[in-house]
Design a protein around this ligand. Structure first.
Ligand SMILES: Cc1ncc(COP(=O)(O)O)c(C=O)c1O
Length: 375
């Protein structure tokens, strides 16, 4: 009895010490993790919204973690109903996805199984690259003289045997937006021959989000798909929630091919649901983005450079004769992260909006960087 109790105590002590050691390891590991922006670094390279997540999202995300043992299908239903109500569509016209990247990649892979897809030379293209990696073919349309999406040319190519046309509006990295009337007419014509996929990741940041969206075309039965994300204005990039709106048969095909019901987390959904209609938070974020954009535009102009007119949370700066990679590397010396060269566009540099103090750091560093590069 004595012996076994001692044995029990010894064993318990060693179990406890293993647990304590594990705990230490866990704490130690997490202590070294930088979840988001590292101290002293201005993170202006990924078009995030550092004012998010909203308070409401944080509260429900924390609460949801205690229920992490359960699959989140009922929350998918809630989020779909909210989206359907807002746009006056049916829930079978929506697929929820792990960020919009997942559903866009999935759909692009499906579409390129038959005919090539049409995309832009300069535009956000992770989904097109994934279609190519899966053996699909993508035709890339050169951008216009002001780096705009050339709808006339796109329409001509869409008349040939293409399965889908990918449009990013506003575009990334240019930040520019197409005229909504012109785009609507063009999308209607193209959708008679191919599925038109419009990526609206930045729609909520534009001057008139209702006017600029193509969701109305889905509603009126056109062969169109519109993607949105919680990664941008909602400030939930780390939670990976996005969605696509299209005709029920397109959505069915996406779900059958693995995106929709089981590709998102309970916590992410809790955050998305809580912030979807949080207009006060969205207005606040938008006002900060506009304030930051004005600071960048002024600084760029007073240093003799120019920008494309942006309706997003990033600005494409024309850095004249300078090289975008060298410009990025110089900014990094000041602890500021921005993007380097896009494709063959050597003299263009994308900077994302961030906290106002980080934008101020970019503004202050700008003349020093230009000096260092001999400008
Ligand atoms: C135009 C555009 N679409 C989609 C995405 C993907 O975002 P997410 O997968 O986080 O929704 C991005 C990310 O920067 C983007 O710029």
């Amino acid at each position: 009895m004595q012996y076994s109790r001692r044995k029990f105590i010894t064993r318990s002590a060693s179990v406890l010490s293993i647990a304590a050691a594990n705990n230490l390891i866990i704490k130690h590991t997490l202590a070294n993790v930088v979840y988001g922006a590292a101290d002293g670094i201005a993170r202006l390279h990924w078009n995030e919204n550092p004012y998010g997540p909203s308070k409401k999202a944080i509260e429900s995300m924390i609460e949801s973690t205690y229920q992490g043992a359960y699959y989140p299908d009922h929350l998918i239903g809630i989020l779909k109903s909210m989206i359907a109500e807002k746009h006056d569509i049916e829930t079978n016209q929506i697929a929820i996805s792990s960020g919009s990247t997942q559903v866009l990649s999935n759909l692009s892979q499906i579409m390129t199984r038959t005919n090539p897809m049409l995309g832009m030379e300069l535009g956000w293209d992770t989904h097109l690259l994934s279609a190519e990696a899966s053996g699909g073919k993508v035709i890339r349309q050169p951008n216009g003289i002001n780096l705009e999406i050339n709808l006339n040319e796109l329409e001509l190519k869409a008349k040939k045997d293409v399965s889908a046309v990918s449009i990013v509006n506003p575009n990334n990295p240019t930040g520019t937006i197409l005229n909504s009337k012109r785009l609507t007419e063009s999308v209607i014509r193209m959708s008679k021959k191919a599925l038109v996929i419009v990526d609206e990741a930045y729609n909520e940041i534009t001057n008139d989000s209702d006017k600029n969206t193509m969701i109305g075309l889905v509603k009126s039965g056109h062969n169109v798909a519109v993607s949105r994300t919680f990664s941008k204005i909602y400030g939930l990039a780390g939670q990976r929630i996005g969605y696509i709106i299209s005709q029920p048969e397109v959505i069915q095909s996406i779900i059958k091919n693995g995106t929709g019901h089981f590709s998102v987390s309970l916590t992410g959904l809790a955050g998305a649901i809580s912030s979807y209609n949080d207009q006060a938070f969205l207005n606040y974020s938008k006002s900060k983005i506009i304030e930051a954009r004005e600071m960048i535009n002024d600084a760029v102009a007073s240093n003799g450079l120019s920008v494309l007119p942006s309706q997003t949370n990033f600005v494409f700066v024309n850095i004249g004769d300078l090289n975008a990679n060298e410009y990025r590397d110089q900014m990094k010396q000041h602890g500021i992260l921005i993007q380097g060269q896009y494709g063959s566009f050597k003299n263009w540099s994308r900077v994302s909006m961030g906290k106002i103090e980080d934008i101020q750091r970019y503004v202050d560093a700008l003349p020093k960087v230009l000096d260092a590069l001999g400008n």
